[in-house]
Design a protein around this ligand. Structure first.
Ligand SMILES: Nc1nc2c(ncn2[C@@H]2O[C@H](COP(=O)(O)OP(=O)(O)O)[C@@H](O)[C@H]2O)c(=O)[nH]1
Ligand SMILES: [Mg+2]
Length: 235
């Protein structure tokens, strides 16, 4: 399926972008003032939205859905083996619309955040060889660090949780505490409402301090409500 295709264009790494803009020919003070003015000007309208959450919540499926809806491309590969995404992926300059309002953003799909990564699990539960399991575990650990590093550049968060699972986990509480300390605007995304045992009210009850939007990233259900919430909360 097309979902497994990996887009090769438009990736960027932390540190690229406006910070690298060089304005030559000005005095240092003016240059600094000018570049900080430029940054502010752009930062207002052009946000970095980070997709965070535990492994397998559906972050990459959601990133792919957003990028497909507004740019007609696929961002990353999806898998039922945890930690498929082990490095943050970025698609720059997506404009989403809701009603008369629009919002320009860079979509950052992050590796899953986990408190425990055990290579035996990959071998025993997902049929990977020991070597593959070990490598995946090492990369997954680096991925968690990568996801946390990216937070410095993020302006708004989609925190994805699986509505078929109890949201009150150590991972969710840790991520949320971190995000709240940074005072980032957060939308809780209750994903997989297409599954029969789905119960988005668990997320609402566990974390009533943030808006929750129940969706299915897989079949696109309720995405219009998520776009509406993003335009409202991130703009
Ligand atoms: N039923 C259902 N499955 C989903 C949905 N979103 C993602 N998945 C599945 O959940 C697994 C993990 O998805 P992925 O996007 O790789 O999760 P990530 O680790 O958070 O990036 C894959 O098997 C997806 O097909 C959804 O809305 N409904
Ligand atoms: Mg992923």
């Amino acid at each position: 399926m097309g979902m497994h295709r990996t887009a090769t264009s438009s990736y960027s790494t932390p540190g690229m972008g406006l910070d690298d803009v060089k304005v030559s020919g000005f005095g240092l003070g003016i240059r600094t003032a000018f570049s900080s003015w430029i940054k502010k000007l752009f930062r207002k309208k052009h946000l970095k939205v980070g997709i965070y959450g535990p492994p397998n919540a559906g972050k990459t499926t959601l990133a792919n859905r957003i990028v497909m809806d507004w740019a007609g491309e696929v961002l990353g590969s999806v898998s039922n083996v945890p930690h498929e995404t082990r490095k943050a992926r970025v698609r720059n300059n997506i404009t989403i619309r809701s009603g008369k309002k629009s919002l320009s953003l860079d979509v950052v799909d992050t590796p899953g955040v986990a408190t425990k990564i055990d290579f035996h699990e990959f071998v025993e539960n997902y049929g990977l060889t020991e070597d593959e399991g070990r490598r995946r575990a090492k990369e997954a650990t680096e991925g968690v660090i990568d996801a946390i590093k990216w937070l410095d550049q993020i302006d708004g968060i989609l925190l994805v949780m699986d509505v078929t699972e109890d949201p009150f986990t150590q991972v969710n509480i840790t991520i949320l505490g971190n995000l709240e300390a940074r005072k980032l605007p957060i939308i809780l995304v209750g994903n997989k409402i297409d599954v029969e045992s789905a119960d988005p009210s668990m997320i609402r009850n566990a974390f009533p301090q943030h808006p929750t939007v129940p969706i299915s990233a897989l079949n696109g259900y309720n995405m219009d409500r998520l776009y509406e919430a993003m335009v409202k909360r991130f703009r």
